[in-house]
Design a protein around this ligand. Sequence first.
Ligand SMILES: Cc1ncc(COP(=O)(O)O)c(C=O)c1O
Length: 489
Amino acid sequence: MLSVPTVESSSIRDHIVGLDVRIPLLNGTTTYPINLDNAASTPTLRSVLATVNDFMDWYSSIHRGAGFKSQLATRIYEEARTIVGRFVGAQEDQHVVIFGKNTTEAINILAQRIAFNPNAVVLCSQIEHHSNDLPWRRVAEVKHIQVDPQGQLDEAHYARLLHEYAGRVRLVAISGGSNVTGVIPPIQRLAVQAHAAGAEIFVDCAQLAPHRPINIGALDDPAHLDYVALSGHKLYAPFGCGALIGRRDTFAQGEPSYVGGGTVRSVTESTVVWTDSPGRDEAGSPNVVGAVALAAAVNTLTSIGMATVAEHEAELTAYALQRLAQVPCIRIYGETDPETAHTRLGVIPLAIEGVAHGLVASILSHEYGIAVRNGSFCAQPYLRRLLERPDTEIDCGQTASSTQLPTASPGLVRISFGLYNTLDEIDTLAEALTTIAQHAYQGDYVQDPTTGEYRPQGWHLDTRSYFSLGQTTTRPVTLETAAVTLSGS
Ligand SMILES: Cc1ncc(COP(=O)(O)O)c(C=O)c1O
């Protein structure tokens, strides 16, 4: 049994995999990595790795196997479902937990499973990640709720849209937390209004779940959420599993979005009877190990306490907003007031005047070992709005012409915190950004004309000496050679 880590103590860092390796810097030295790109993916919790490791002795096919291990693994997989459901307050009689790859897949599945009328409207917002916008465009007419420059939802506009499309709004699909500015929409309030208008609400919890408690709520609560989705790789469990949790009655009828093994009760050459969900919505052999990892992660997060996580990250965010404001030539986008840190996520987009976002990110990586993200974060409409760029401008690695470099396109640098980041790391970042703003960095950077990425001249990155999948063999592996290797002779 793993001892429960606390966020207060530095010991939380001992529970994260990979913080103690050293990575190379441009000046020939090495350093410990600073990961400020948690909104993309978090590192792994040691408890997750340990649980996966222990489970592998018992790993087997699930659901239809008669063997002892199959029975054990089936029980564990279903237990993982219960644990993940409980993490968002789901009730077994009202909700179903469907495991899949990630939030994007979950949203695509949901878009196929809700019965949309031909004239149905889905209300998204202007802050959405592409994954919570594009799937809805395939199945309904999408209208976007306006936001102010900080990303705060215009609730009057929301009310107007509900009124204007009364009777047609089937679903409100809204981010639980922005991956660009960290803004947290008032989802419970939006839910009440959606339900009053006869609509349901889906909340994209990809960003919210690692940082805040989530309560899907009972169906008779007007503020309940009808569906939520989350990703394991943003929750310290990068083993390829995410979840869609939602009202059971929706998934009790209709055809699954993927069909095949596991989705059926009976099949003849001309008929099929679907099984109940979640089986109906988990076509093929499931990612058992991923589900175990996800459950282990939410167990650990629950032990730490999501309120404790939120508190720690608010402290980091407040400190970062205050510390970064002292960096010359910096512009921080979204809410900049440190006092509001507890009402938002620790996701901060910024620009350094006169230095391309791709160059800032590259210098941080090569000269300081700091990992950040740059570009438009799969939220191009929101980025354009933040940067006040017209829709016609090309973004996100798409070149307008063969002469325009991708990172000449609009974009920002994004830093995002996880529960293990420290105030010292923010100090290092602030010092690094100051050096960059003063153009006092060491390297001579050139931009790759095809990818748009900046690389320091003369830098030869040899990742092979850090990690490799083994020697490539010139001899093809045959059954005979494999047997020799396997028997160890
Ligand atoms: C708000 C939001 N929604 C959805 C996604 C998609 O998540 P995934 O890539 O795990 O499918 C992301 C990923 O960054 C996100 O930030």
